[in-house]
Design a protein around this ligand. Structure first.
Ligand code: EPZ
Length: 417
């Protein structure tokens, strides 16, 4: 198991450039399979989740390779062997986003039940409800999702919860379905809008992405796009913003879309952090007397659950009582036990975490339990006095490209062993 060692207690200073959005890239790579022509995707982060999905698409007969430091060439196969390799598919949640594309293009899909971070049960009932309404026959067989559909039909689908993945799978399935599809109570994340922009560039007829009603008119094929650039990663950006505030530093986070960061910027300002918003950058300087705040994670444009663990570290350094309510996942406070080993004072009552700010954190040995918990422990190590060793740091490499190099450029004493 890889380990990251951090010697903390120093304020981060300087500039960091953000890479492409992991969660937009994963969905768009799956959507590219619907195309009849090869596509080059740009601004793709070189992280392990992307490389795992490349292995899956390659094993299914697609041709996919890096064609530049941050660009991927994807040529969907005419005939696809529709079984996603089990060992790879189990590694990440996004393998479930192959369902919609395979069903709408090839009429069949066999995917191992997806893996991903253990932050909750991660059911797929909303995916199955929507796709079944469009005529797909879906069953679970020996830990695999087996789905068949001669021709998907458009349908009106109401999502009980604005699930990102379910919205994405239904959007992709609807592209080549017969007739119109309406997705009500759809997820509105920026990654949903980026996926819709890509599908429309390929020739889909999709309106309303970013609102809670998405309308799709099915077409015969998608072939109009051979190059697409993915949006920057708002969660990577937010992670560096919170690291700057937590270490009381001064960091310019470049290559961002500020609009996507609004919920986080608002909360940081409420905590008295100095945030200067530019055209495509955000500068974060921790003010003098930071104030405790209350956070509730919500679907976009609410506060993002993927920033919850990182914020817990910042709040642990602010005198007073802060609270975090985690409304999206039922098991996303695993980082608390690890933060307590560093001296944090946090009490968890169900979905509520009560954080009492402490004077300082002391370095210790900790272990990452999921991607964002790993990122949070990295920030905690940068804040804590002394040495922090983070086990299971493979989790961090799933979602953060060049994470050591970027933090070292900001003055951090960090190395991997
Ligand atoms: C996506 O996961 C992201 N992953 C997650 O990012 C992110 O935390 C999440 O959206 C919420 O924003 C990718 O895009 C690859 P959901 P997804 O379906 O699609 C429940 C990261 O760190 N639900 O919106 O799996 C589910 O249990 C990762 O980058 C159902 O009940 O999220 C959860 O409680 C972590 N039934 C809630 O909805 C379903 O059929 C949100 O899940 C589907 C979901």
């Amino acid at each position: 198991m890889k380990e990251i060692v951090v010697n903390g207690g120093k304020a981060l200073k300087g500039q960091v450039r953000i890479h492409g959005a992991k969660n937009a890239s994963l969905a768009i790579m799956c959507a590219a399979l619907i195309s009849d022509v090869p596509i080059t995707l740009e601004n793709i982060p070189n992280i392990s989740d992307i490389n795992t999905l490349m292995n899956i698409i390659g094993a299914m007969g697609g041709e996919v390779r890096w064609s530049g430091s941050d660009s991927l060439y994807i040529a969907p196969p005419d005939k696809i062997n529709v079984e996603a390799p089990r060992d790879q598919a189990k590694k990440l949640r996004a393998s479930n986003l192959l369902l919609g594309p395979l069903l709408t293009k090839y009429g069949y899909a066999k995917i191992a039940l997806p893996g991903g971070c253990n932050i909750g049960v991660r059911p797929m009932d909303l995916h199955f409800k929507g796709l079944s309404k469009m005529g797909a026959k879906i069953k679970l067989e020996k830990g695999c999702i087996v789905a068949k559909a001669d021709k998907l039909r458009g349908a009106s689908i109401y999502l009980d919860f604005p699930s990102v993945g379910a919205t994405e799978n239904i959007m992709m399935a609807a592209c080549l379905a017969e007739g119109q599809t309406f997705i009500e109570n759809a997820a509105k994340e920026p990654e949903i809008v980026d996926l819709a922009n890509f599908l429309n560039a390929m020739g889909a007829k999709m309106r309303g992405a970013g609102t809670d009603l998405i309308k799709v008119v099915g077409v015969n094929s998608l072939y109009r796009c051979d190059r697409y650039t993915v949006i920057p990663d708002r969660i990577e950006a937010g992670t560096y913003m919170v690291a700057a505030a937590a270490t009381r530093g001064d960091v310019v986070v470049q290559n961002v879309i500020p609009k996507h960061l609004e919920p986080l910027i608002a909360k940081l300002k409420e905590a008295n952090v100095d945030v200067i918003v530019g055209e495509d950058y955000v500068r974060v300087k921790a003010g003098k007397d930071l104030k405790p705040v209350d956070i509730k994670t919500m679907p976009y444009p609410g506060f993002p659950t993927d920033m919850q663990s990182q914020m817990m570290v910042l709040l642990s350094t602010i005198p007073g009582i802060s609270t975090i309510v985690e409304n999206i996942f039922e098991n996303r406070f695993q980082v608390v036990d690890e933060l307590k080993r560093l001296g944090a004072k946090i009490k968890v009552e169900g979905r509520i975490a009560i954080i009492e700010g402490v004077e300082e954190l002391q370095g210790a040995e900790v272990r990452a339990t999921d991607l964002r918990a790993g990122a949070a422990l990295l920030i905690a190590g940068l804040v804590a006095n002394g040495e922090t060793r983070i086990g299971n740091s493979e989790y961090i490499y799933r979602g953060y490209q060049d994470v050591q190099e970027k933090f070292m450029a900001l003055g951090a004493d960090i190395r991997q062993i």
